[in-house]
Design a protein around this ligand. Structure first.
Ligand code: SAH
Ligand code: SF4
Length: 412
């Protein structure tokens, strides 16, 4: 079943198209001579394909009633303002458009019980008011678990003695095609830092997938800029590169041989090339304090990237703090009201309800694993990552419907 709505281009302003979804307007980057009157799919603020008019009208006829039902549902679920308790003065400041300080941010991160619930429902209302009920669902394809790096937090780091795999180019393209057939409009290509796939191989893969009319997100770590430029020319338009922590010393400890400033330079260079960039951090690395977490949020905002991607650090012995991860989503929404916030897969390992809770705390984007099962089992970034459901697409669609979220583009 397909969960995507085409929109109609009603205006072109330079490189931007104004796309209409049943009267709701969104802005998306439009390349290749898109013109007014055409129907398109847009993802992450980028027009990814043109849909023939007759096909678009058929899909829109299916969606019309549903679209307004979903909006109503979202309205019902995100209207009740709960008493904010001790956080009331901070939220009051935000409402008046005044900046809040780091201590106030820490207080938000530490909210518990009823205060935390009220905070999250406030952030959810803000999400609805600013960005409506749009929700993007990205398919993530983990094509290799070989990695030359030794990030201490990561379950597939080079020194781990484990079964490794590499998907062939053919397998990668076929897996992407299966996801596209299911209705995915954005594919994240993720791997360890694997030199096996050289520039030419990656370009070939990107070119083939781009022809399927989807947004290609790269999550392949540190490649030289010429490679990233070549992949942009081949059709990739987005990149997921987390800086992991804004604390330089912690970064150097966690990623031996690497420096935070180089990671940040990479993120900025990707922005310069034109990539839509998603960045963020791990929550709860060993030795991390709440002040670091506040700095992580502020650095993500300062970098001015297109999407936030952060999630709890999952460690074998220590259960990550679900409440803090949800409060982080809420805080990001409060200080960056138009943010696109990904509810990451790591959060889901903390509770079967986490996806829902994240979407109700200010989040508005999801990822579904589309890696073939025999490989997904081996892509063990952290414990509990692989879940044997087989039904994730269906389950996610019904979750989105139950929360009143529609697959219109996330842009404003
Ligand atoms: N090799 C690439 C992409 C794959 S790793 C890179 O490092 O950028 C993708 C993300 O997985 C990392 O950015 C990291 O934040 C996350 N990750 C790694 N180990 C994790 C763990 N134990 N718990 C939660 N997330 C983890
Ligand atoms: Fe490799 Fe990425 Fe894991 Fe670091 S986080 S070890 S670069 S896969």
């Amino acid at each position: 079943m397909c969960y995507a709505i085409p929109g109609k281009v009603v205006k072109i302003e330079g490189h931007k198209a104004i796309v209409d979804y049943f009267g709701e307007k969104k802005t998306a980057l439009a390349e290749h001579g898109i013109s007014v009157g055409q129907y398109v799919y847009a993802q992450g603020g980028v027009v990814v394909s043109v849909v023939p008019e007759t096909e678009a009208k058929k899909i829109l006829a299916f969606w019309e009633k549903k679209f307004f039902e979903l909006k109503k549902k979202d309205d019902e679920l995100s209207s009740e303002k709960k008493p904010l308790g001790s956080l009331a003065p901070i939220i009051d400041k935000i409402e008046k458009g005044r900046p809040i300080g780091k201590d106030e941010m820490k207080k938000i991160l530490q909210a518990k019980g009823a205060d935390a619930e009220a905070l999250r429902s406030y952030a959810n209302i803000m999400r609805k008011n600013e960005l409506k009920n749009s929700c993007c669902v990205h398919g993530i394809l983990e094509f290799s678990n070989h990695c030359g790096m030794n990030c201490l937090y990561c379950g597939i780091r080079a020194t781990r003695n484990m079964q490794r795999y590499r998907m062939t180019e053919k397998e990668i393209v076929a897996a992407a095609a299966r996801a596209v057939k299911l209705g995915f409009k954005a594919i994240v290509l993720q791997s360890g830092e694997d030199r096996f796939y050289d520039r030419d191989a990656l370009v070939r893969i990107v070119q083939k997938i781009r022809k399927m009319g989807v947004l290609i997100f790269l999550s392949i770590g540190e490649k030289d800029l010429r490679t990233y430029e070549a992949l942009y020319s081949a059709g990739a338009r987005a990149a997921l590169v987390r800086f992991e922590t804004s604390n330089e010393r912690l970064y150097a400890r966690m990623r031996p041989g690497k420096k935070l400033e180089d990671r940040i330079k990479l993120i900025q260079n990707l922005q310069r090339i034109g990539y839509l960039v998603s960045t963020g951090f791990l929550i709860g690395l060993p030795g991390e304090r709440d002040e670091d977490l506040v700095n992580n949020i502020l650095l993500t905002k300062q970098l001015g990237t297109d999407m936030y991607s952060f999630g709890p650090y999952i460690e074998k012995e220590r259960k990550a703090d679900l409440e803090k991860a949800l409060n982080t989503i809420a805080l990001v929404r409060l200080i960056d009201k138009n943010a696109k916030i990904l509810v990451t897969t790591a959060l889901e390992t903390l509770s079967p309800e986490a996806k829902k809770l994240g979407l109700l705390a200010g989040g508005n984007s999801l990822m579904i694993d589309i890696t073939p099962e025999k490989y997904a089992k081996l892509y063990t970034l952290y414990k509990g990552k692989y879940k044997e459901t087989g039904n994730e697409v269906k389950e996610t669609i019904s979750l989105l419907q139950s929360l009143g979220r529609a697959p219109t583009d996330l842009g404003r």
